[in-house]
Design a binder for this molecule. Structure first.
Ligand code: ADP
Ligand code: MG
Length: 320
């Protein structure tokens, strides 16, 4: 083995925006046969927009927008940012209308505390009221019942391919808000390339099954795969997983004798990236993901994952 060849490989990698942690990483790229892909921010752009605000019966819309906007404004999560932006825009428009009809200006809602529940949502205190915004599991943890009417609204939005979250305070669901995300234009091509390298793709997400299935179909995950669309007991789409369960999904694939690569961007992906035989972090992602990964993809483009594996394998052949 000549260290020079390795340097050439990693130098070329740097040109392509691929940072490889150390020479021991190369060997893993040769063995991987399965690739788990995080959805939000990895396969999709993560640039979401607020598409729907549905207040619960009897709930004032402006009050909902102010409360949810304040708590989500404190989070860096793409869902939170989209919700905060959307709420602010609608509030500004409402204020303009109120001004025209002689109404007074609204004072901004005051956020007194904030906590991020990774992969589940956010909690905080706004104007003295404790707020929960996120998936149903987060509300259930706090014994807040999700009434059938609001659950039906959430499910309808999800069947349309949107990510819907619940907002609750004082023990009741106060509204459903939905955001829509778009698949990166390069993701489908990236998945074709990964297949050609002999990797079976699996979509791994905390989002709902309805959204996950739709995105998987759009990018061609599970189509024409050697296992007829399934990765053993795991399946081609693993949805509604909690952050800790992403690790369990990787373990389950490894238990079937698979050698698993994982691509992710979020704080909640970090343990799975560390557990995978080869962890790849999106450079646009969180520091936690980048630290846990073996390879960082500077470009926010999933094709870089295929480039990284191809380049590493080529470098290995050169030094052997
Ligand atoms: P992915 O695994 O696709 O990257 P995440 O694990 O980041 O997605 O999020 C999983 C789910 O948790 C989201 O689909 C959403 O329902 C909920 N969630 C996460 N962050 C927030 C937030 N800031 N506000 C509301 N809901 C959130
Ligand atoms: Mg993500």
């Amino acid at each position: 083995a000549t260290p020079t060849a390795l340097l050439v490989g990693t130098g070329r990698g740097a040109q392509l925006g691929i940072l490889i942690k150390g020479p021991e990483v190369l060997e893993s790229t040769r063995r991987v046969d399965t690739i788990a892909l995080d959805k939000t921010g990895t396969v999709t752009s993560g640039r979401m927009e607020l598409t729907d605000v549905v207040p619960a019966p009897g709930q004032d819309r402006i009050e909902l927008l102010r409360a949810v906007g304040a708590v989500e404004g404190a989070s860096e999560h793409p869902i939170a940012q989209a919700i905060a932006r959307g709420c602010a825009a609608e509030l500004a428009a409402a204020e303009l209308r109120a001004g025209e009809s002689g109404g007074g200006a609204q004072s901004p809602a005051e956020l007194e505390s904030f906590r991020n529940a990774a992969g589940e949502g956010v909690t905080g205190v706004v104007d003295g009221t404790a707020l929960v915004v996120g998936r149903a599991s987060l509300l259930e943890d706090r014994s807040i019942p999700v009434d059938p009417t609001m659950l039906a609204v959430k499910e309808r939005l999800e069947h349309e391919g949107r990510t819907a979250v619940l907002a609750a305070w004082k023990g009741r669901v106060r509204g459903v808000l939905a955001v829509a995300d778009t698949v990166k234009p390069t993701s489908a091509e990236a998945i074709r390339q990964l297949r050609r390298l002999g990797l079976e793709p699996v979509l791994l997400t905390g989002d709902s099954r309805a959204v996950a299935e739709r995105i998987a179909e759009e990018v061609g995950i599970g189509i024409g795969g050697e296992h007829g669309g399934g990765v053993g007991g795991v399946g081609r789409v693993v949805a509604e997983v909690l952050p800790g369960e992403k690790v369990a999904a990787i373990r389950a694939m490894q238990a079937e004798g698979r050698v698993v690569a994982m691509v992710g961007d979020g704080v909640n992906d970090a343990p799975a990236l560390a557990r995978a035989d080869l962890g790849l972090a999106m450079g646009s992602g969180t520091d936690a993901a980048i630290e846990a990964a073996d390879i960082t993809l500077i470009r926010g483009d999933l094709r870089s994952a295929a480039d990284a594996i191809r380049l590493s394998r080529r470098t290995l052949r050169t030094i052997k």
